[in-house]
Structures are given as structure tokens and as C-alpha cells.
Design a protein around this ligand. Structure first.
Ligand SMILES: *[C@@H]1O[C@H](CO)[C@@H](O)[C@H](O)[C@H]1NC(C)=O
Ligand SMILES: *[C@@H]1O[C@H](CO)[C@@H](O)[C@H](O)[C@H]1NC(C)=O
Ligand SMILES: *[C@@H]1O[C@H](CO)[C@@H](O)[C@H](O)[C@H]1NC(C)=O
Ligand SMILES: *[C@@H]1O[C@H](CO)[C@@H](O)[C@H](O)[C@H]1NC(C)=O
Length: 809
């Protein structure tokens, strides 16, 4: 029966008082009905919440009668549409399009647009462009990037990107998300203390470059018929040499990173280059810090020179949030706000995350400090990106991806991928043979530690709201009955009031799993660690529980950055050590599956094959605690024997390590056989080369790669990998090289990696394509790439192979 009939029937029995209440109720019901109708009759059929406020939710809306402008016409070229649009804007309107919270232009039917959305490891609400609620309460939350990187599986990275952009588009279609996502973070994890190291793919430029281009390709998903069309626009950040947040009073936003041209070329910039050239990313973000005295967002060489000139970015350059304000107000880089505007616009910045350009650009133009045509250039870059996203094509429901909606967020398949990503990344660091635990022999399991029942801790920073959590405790309880004792109140682990119960549980159970580590109170944006040891009294907790334990002890480290856990590495009572990063919404299942070495069919998830350890490897060096005496502000990658500075990352660091880049054990074992690898590369001494050598006083030791015909110099290195162990397993095979020691070259550098799944007893042939100029070159002090003549030593596990680079007549 309709509401109004019920009310009319009841109305006759009401008192005056009740009648007035009833009238109110009726009015509220009618209003609700009207809103309800308005809400669900929107033409996209998805209940777009943006319709609740005035004005269209998207440009070029047919119903609003605002679709006849040429810029709305998909039959014109993007270039013509952008030109038409910019031609219609006044100076004041242009200026308000230079900031992330871009204003509406009602007379052209253009609504406000917030450029800032984030999707580092799942759709996030860290940016104002995206929010959860209503029909999309959460999204699939993948492991924090450092763990996903540890999988060394490029197809996984791309697959995650595709799922994230599907959920992002689905949310966009119901008015909950933008189309421009400022992810991934591809800075090099240069110092183990960095609070944002967790967001990155680790310390190696080749790994980071591969992660970057794979994730970007997945997010932008341009593989369809029109390669210019974007599913969402990705952004590689923070360009460049940004990897310090807050150390000893030095803050990221005022830090002047002193970086050599050599380190810039062979460490800090390769991931950005790969984003643009291999990933075809639609945006790059400049950072807060200065590089050699110049704020990156005001550095013409870095922006106009390198990103746009050399790499030919097809997209826009955005500032980090408030970094234009910072360069004026905190770095005092310019003498007036208008000069600051001129500096960044002239350098090649297209969009300000912040409000600075919105406030001062008009006066900068009027004062003649910056030409309006430069604003137009910036707008070409931003509007072109929006055109590629279909933003000016009218109703999103009628576009590619228009069918996506809330039903496509947190699907079972997406959540399984989040689980699989965690399992693929988890790294086994120590195993005395006890792991995997045999579930049929463990009838009770002590589960101890401040992260044993972690929820939000598992998803790290730049997170969203996950579909759901499965905690380690919940994951492990599928395999055994549990004696749970947190051991500490929280990760800070200040007191030992909880110790007794933890010791007791360990003495009673058949085995003990300790889950310790960090959380966002210890490492995150704005917060670098000061110690590499386990926080507070966690080490004491681990030692005492291990000592008291009746059965074998497994130590699980949940952290973004590396920890000095030498004490546990050397402790016989600790049978196994596992690093799980921040493993995402399904982390607890993955941890349990790795510890028990199998997939538990008790989890209500389909399509998952019988589980084996997926062979994650460390994407960063684990340094000993003594490393913290090295100033975090020393950006040099190379060691300096004169000062005792040890250098950074496996490529250069000369000191002791707790674990090394690439470390990670398996539940099975593999043998390598070299099938094919060239022994000699000859560079023909042609006239051009001879001339170039003469000109540069060539020493017969290195040749600049600009002087070599690189195209023909491709090599195929082939290796057979045999699974000679008792179990099926996935395995990462690395190809490293040690170049001749010229120009302070790296002692070892990664040329490539592949992940293969091999069943027990089977063999797989792996091909590495080595590009001689790109992969074997080293960088000199001036930042130029040179090919060193002499012996390059290849290493594949224990295999070694020498390749000789020669010049022939
Ligand atoms: C573990 O965490 C979950 C999720 O927060 C909670 O529901 C559960 O009660 C916790 N278990 C224990 C034993 O504290
Ligand atoms: C280890 O346990 C034994 C008794 O089981 C005790 O005597 C010893 O003090 C303990 N050691 C530590 C480091 O807790
Ligand atoms: C080459 O060597 C000569 C003589 O030693 C020197 O004058 C000249 O500047 C050098 N050229 C270059 C390009 O280094
Ligand atoms: C890499 O990840 C993809 C996507 O999850 C998965 O299908 C594949 O099996 C993984 N490869 C290996 C060798 O584990």
C-alpha cells in the first residue's frame, strides 16, 4: 500500500497534536520521494550522487543543452577540441583551471573537477577527488607496494593496475571518483629509514622502472583499439631525488638534495624515464625538495628539458601538493608570488596541487611576468588528458567503461588477486627445515605479537577502505586451534605487562607464530624511522617467547622498511623468519598459507590453484642498526673511502648486511644451466667512431653510447631452470652483471628478472634479452652513458659467465 494511503487512513484517528506531526512526516516522506526520484532517474542510470548539487555532473551534457560546442564533439580531433575550448575561456577562467580543485565554467556547461585522486595499491580516499560511501563503501585493498614488488612478477603488477582502474572507473560512474590518479610512487628507496619506502617498489632502478611501466600500463589500460584513450590517467611521482621526509630536523619540503649528475642518470631518474617511454604515463609530479639548489617544480632543465623535451611526455606535469606555495613561502625561492608563478610556469609546470596559481597567476600575467600563451600551453596538456579520458564526451554511461558500476568493485576475483599478490610477495628469509608447518601435526598454535590480529596496519599508507580484512589470527585459525596473546599493547611495545601470557601460550602450544614489526605510527609520510631495530621491547618479547616455546617458532615481520633482526637470524630457537610487508586486506590468509605451505580450501574463494610458496624476494637491502649513523641527507649512492661513507643499496654499499637485495628462500630447489650466452661483443671501429674517439681523447676504455650504432647490439642469454626439489614452486631468476670498474661503476647491477612457475621435476627455459647499450653501459661523472671495454661478468645464481666487450678494426 502506498505511503500516502496509510497516512490518510490513520489520519482520521489522530489528535490535533498527532495531526501536525503526521503532516510533518508526510512532508518529509514526499521530499524523500522527490529526492529518491531525482537520484535514481539520472540518465546514467547509476544514481549519480553528483546530481544532488546544481549544475551538470559532467561537461557536454545533452540534457542540459550544453553539448553543441565543438569541444564536445568526439568527431573532431583532440587537438581541435582543446583549441576550441581554450579559445572560449577568459584569463580569469584559465587561471582557475591551473589548480587541482578546478572551478566550474557554468556558461560552457563545465562542472568543477578535482584532479587529485590516489590509487597506490587500490582506490584510495587520500585525495579529495575520491570518496567512499553509499553504494561503494570500500574497494579492493592490495598489499602495500613494497610487498607487491617483492613478487618480481610484472604481469601481476599490470593485472593489479587493471583491477584498480576498473574499480576507479566504476566509482567514477557513480560520482565517487575522479579520473586522474596520482600513483605510483616510483622514487628509489635510497635509505632504509624513509617512512615512504613502503610505497615504493624498492631500491633498484631496473626493478622500479619495470614496476612503474607495468602498473601504469595496467591502470591506463590503453591496449584497446584507441591507444590514445585512457581508462584512468596515472601519474609517476615524485620527480626527482625525493626520498627523505623528516630526518634530524630536515624536512622533505625544504631539503636541498645535493645530487650528482651520475646518480641522477643511473639511479634517481630511470624509473621516471621508463614511466614516460615504456608506460606512456599521462602525468609526472615534481617533488617538494630542491635538487642542487633549485626546487624541482621550478627547474626548467628537469621539466621542459628532460620530461617534455627528451622523453616527450604525452600528458601534464603537476606539482606535489602545495609545493608551489612551499617554494615561495618556505624556500623563499622567488621574491614575489608572481615571480614564483612565472618560475614554475616557465619551467613547464601545468597544474598546481594547491591554490597558489589560482591566487597569483592573473596578477603575474598582468604584470608581464608570464605570457598568457604559456598558460594556454599548460591547459593544452591538462585538457588533452581529460579529452583522452572521455571527460568531454558527455554522459559516462554512454562511453567505454560506462557499464562499470558498484557491482564491479570488491568482486570475488578482485579480492582473490589481492590475496594472490600477498602470497606472491611474501619472502621466506630463514628456514631450518621446519617450514612449512604440517597442519596435521599442529593441534594448537600460539599466536603472539602486536601485529598478530592486525587490520588497518596491513594496508599501509595511501590506503582506501578495504572490502574487508582477514587478520593473521583469523587466517591461522583455519589451520589450527589458537592460543592468542598479543605480548604488547601495540607496536611501540613500551612495557612488558603482556609478556607472561605470551610466554605461557608458547609453553603450551605445539608451535608458536610471532607477528611483530611496525605500523604507520613509526613509518609513514612525514615520519622517517630513527632506528632499524624492532620497536620498543619487541626484541625482548621475541627472545623470551622463543626461549620458552615448547614447539618450533616462526617469526613474522610486518613492516614496510627493513629491520635489523640479526638476533633472530642467529637464534636457533627461531626456526623460520618471514617478511610480509604490509600485506593488504587479505594478508592474514596469505601469511597462514605460506606458513602451512598450502592453499586452505576452507577459505570461500574460488579459482585459486593448490598453493605453494610463491617465492618473493627482497626488493631492498636490510642494513644493520649501525647504518643509522649515516646522515640520511647524504644523497650519494657511491661509497667514499676517504670519509668512510659506505654508499647505498646493493649496487654500491660496502658495509655489512642483515639480508641482501634479492634474498628469499623456497620450499623447493632449483638448478640453473647456461644454455646460451655470447662471449664477445665487437664494436666495429668505423670512421665515425674513430673520429669521435679522437675528439673526446678516447682512452680505449669506454665509448659513449651516443657514438655507437646500438640498434644491432641485442643479445639473447638463455638459461634452463630445473625444479629439482620435492614441491612445485614459483621462482625468480635474476641476471646481474658486474661491469669493468670504470667511472665508479656499480659492483653489481640487475639487468633483468623473470618469474617462472615450475612443477617438481620439470624444466623451464628462460630468455634474457640484453640490450648492450642500455643494459651494459655505465654512467660517467657528467651523466653520460658509456660502454666500458673489457670483461662484464654475468651472474645468474651461482652461474658466472664473462662477456668481453672489444673494439675491432
Ligand atoms: C581480531 O580482530 C578482529 C577484527 O578487528 C576482531 O573482530 C576480533 O575480535 C579480534 N580477535 C581477538 C581475539 O582479539
Ligand atoms: C630461557 O629459559 C630458561 C629456562 O627454560 C631460563 O633459565 C633462561 O633464563 C631463559 N633465557 C632467556 C634469555 O630468557
Ligand atoms: C684532448 O687532449 C688535449 C691534449 O691533452 C687537450 O688539449 C684537449 O682539451 C682534450 N680534449 C678533450 C675533448 O678533452
Ligand atoms: C604472476 O602473476 C600472475 C597474475 O596474478 C599469475 O597468473 C602468474 O601465475 C604469476 N606468475 C608466476 C610465475 O607465479
Amino acid at each position: 500500500m502506498p505511503n500516502f494511503l496509510i497516512i490518510i487512513v490513520l489520519y482520521t484517528f489522530f489528535t490535533v497534536m498527532e495531526k501536525s506531526v503526521a503532516v510533518l512526516v508526510l512532508i518529509v516522506l514526499m521530499l524523500n520521494g522527490a529526492l529518491f526520484l531525482f537520484f535514481f532517474n539520472s540518465s546514467d542510470g547509476t544514481g549519480n550522487v553528483s546530481f544532488a548539487h546544481s549544475g551538470p555532473a559532467f561537461p557536454c551534457d545533452v540534457r542540459a543543452g550544453l553539448s553543441s560546442f565543438p569541444f564536445c564533439s568526439p568527431s573532431l580531433t583532440v587537438g581541435d577540441r582543446v583549441k576550441d575550448l581554450i579559445g572560449r575561456l577568459t584569463l580569469q577562467e584559465k587561471v582557475q583551471q591551473l589548480v587541482n580543485a578546478a572551478s566550474a565554467v557554468p556558461r560552457l556547461g563545465i562542472p568543477a573537477y578535482n584532479w587529485r585522486s590516489e590509487a597506490l595499491h587500490g582506490v584510495s580516499n587520500a585525495g579529495p577527488g575520491t570518496r567512499f560511501g553509499g553504494r561503494v563503501p570500500g574497494a579492493t585493498s592490495f598489499p602495500q607496494v613494497i610487498l607487491t614488488a617483492a613478487s618480481f612478477n610484472a604481469s601481476l603488477w599490470e593485472a593489479i593496475g587493471q583491477v584498480v582502474s576498473t574499480e576507479a572507473r566504476a566509482m567514477h560512474n557513480v560520482g565517487l571518483a575522479g579520473l586522474t590518479f596520482w600513483s605510483p610512487n616510483v622514487n628509489i628507496f635510497r635509505d632504509p629509514r624513509w617512512g615512504r619506502g613502503q610505497e615504493t617498489p624498492g631500491e633498484d632502478p631496473v626493478l622500479t622502472a619495470k614496476y612503474a611501466s607495468s602498473y601504469v600500463r595496467g591502470l591506463q589500460d590503453t591496449d584497446g583499439s584507441d591507444s590514445n584513450r585512457l581508462k584512468v590517467a596515472s601519474c609517476c611521482k615524485h620527480y626527482t631525488a625525493y626520498d627523505l621526509d623528516n630526518w634530524n630536523g630536515v624536512q622533505s619540503d625544504t631539503f636541498d638534495a645535493k645530487v650528482t649528475l651520475q646518480d641522477l642518470e643511473d639511479t634517481f631518474n630511470p624509473p621516471f624515464k621508463s614511466c614516460v617511454l615504456d608506460g606512456n604515463v599521462a602525468s609526472v609530479m615534481c617533488s617538494y625538495n630542491k635538487v642542487n639548489g633549485v626546487p624541482t617544480c621550478a627547474d626548467k632543465d628537469l621539466l621542459r628539458g628532460t620530461i617534455r623535451g627528451e622523453w616527450k611526455l604525452n600528458g601534464y606535469i603537476v606539482s606535489d601538493c602545495d609545493s608551489v606555495d612551499v617554494l615561495y613561502n618556505s624556500q623563499h625561492y622567488a621574491s614575489t608570488p608572481e615571480d614564483a608563478v612565472a618560475d614554475v610556469i616557465k619551467a613547464g609546470l601545468d597544474l598546481d596541487c594547491g591554490s597558489f596559481l589560482g591566487k597569483y597567476t592573473e596578477s603575474a600575467v598582468k604584470a608581464g611576468k608570464v605570457d598568457e600563451s604559456l598558460l594556454d600551453q599548460a591547459l593544452v596538456n591538462t585538457f588533452t588528458t581529460l579529452m583522452r579520458l572521455g571527460w568531454f564526451d558527455g554522459d559516462p554511461a554512454n562511453q567505454p567503461y560506462g557499464n562499470l558500476g558498484p557491482k564491479d568493485v570488491c568482486t570475488e576475483k578482485h579480492q582473490e588477486l589481492a590475496l594472490d599478490a600477498a602470497r606472491q610477495g611474501i619472502v621466506l628469509l630463514k628456514n631450518d627445515g621446519t617450514l612449512p608447518l604440517a597442519a596435521n601435526k599442529i593441534s594448537s598454535l600460539a599466536v603472539v605479537g602486536p601485529n598478530a590480529n592486525a587490520t588497518k596496519v596491513m594496508i599501509g599508507d595511501y590506503e582506501g577502505i578495504p572490502c574487508k580484512y582477514t587478520t593473521p589470527l583469523q587466517g591461522l585459525s583455519a589451520y589450527s586451534s589458537i592460543l592468542y596473546a598479543p605480548g604488547c599493547a601495540n607496536v611501540a611495545c613500551a612495557g612488558n605487562g603482556f609478556l607472561g601470557a605470551a610466554v605461557k601460550a608458547a609453553t603450551e602450544a605445539d608451535a608458536t607464530v610471532l607477528i611483530v614489526g611496525g605500523d604507520q605510527t613509526l613509518e609513514t609520510e612525514g615520519r622517517d624511522r630513527i632506528s632499524l631495530l624492532l620497536p620498543g621491547q619487541q626484541q625482548q618479547l621475541v627472545s623470551e617467547v622463543a626461549n620458552a616455546s615448547k614447539g618450533p617458532v616462526v617469526l613474522v615481520i610486518m613492516s614496510g622498511g627493513p629491520c635489523d633482526i640479526s638476533f633472530a637470524k642467529d637464534e636457533d630457537k627461531i626456526a623460520g623468519i618471514i617478511w610480509v610487508g604490509y600485506p593488504g586486506q587479505a594478508g592474514g590468509i596469505a601469511i597462514a598459507d605460506v606458513i602451512f605451505g598450502r592453499y586452505n580450501p576452507g577459505w570461500q574463494l574460488m579459482h585459486v590453484p593448490a598453493f605453494v610458496l610463491s617465492g618473493g624476494r627482497l626488493p631492498m637491502t636490510w642494513y644493520p642498526q649501525e647504518f643509522v649513523k649515516i646522515p640520511m641527507i647524504n644523497m650519494n649512492m657511491r661509497p667514499d673511502p676517504a670519509t668512510g661513507y659506505p654508499g647505498r643499496t646493493y649496487r654500491f654499499y660496502t658495509g655489512k648486511t642483515v639480508y641482501m637485495f634479492g634474498d628469499g628462500l623456497s620450499y623447493t630447489s632449483f638448478k640453473y644451466t647456461l644454455v646460451q650466452a655470447p662471449k664477445l661483443v665487437s664494436l666495429p671501429m668505423d670512421d665515425k667512431l674513430a673520429f669521435a674517439q679522437k675528439k673526446s681523447n678516447f682512452s680505449c676504455e669506454t665509448v659513449q653510447i651516443t657514438q655507437i650504432n646500438c640498434q644491432k647490439l641485442q643479445m639473447d642469454v638463455q638459461v634452463d631452470v630445473n625444479n629439482v626439489g620435492p614441491r612445485d614452486g614459483s621462482h625468480v631468476i635474476f641476471l646481474f652483471s658486474t661491469p669493468p670498474p670504470k667511472h665508479h661503476s656499480p659492483k653489481k647491477q640487475l639487468l633483468g628478472f623473470h618469474k617462472v612457475h615450475i612443477t617438481s621435476g620439470a624444466r623451464e627455459r628462460v630468455h634474457f634479452n640484453v640490450d648492450v647499450c642500455k643494459d651494459l653501459s655505465i654512467v660517467d661523472k657528467a651523466g653520460n652513458r658509456n660502454l666500458p671495454v673489457g670483461s662484464h661478468l654475468f651472474r645468474i645464481g651461482d652461474l658466472q659467465h664473462s662477456l668481453s666487450v672489444q673494439i675491432t678494426n
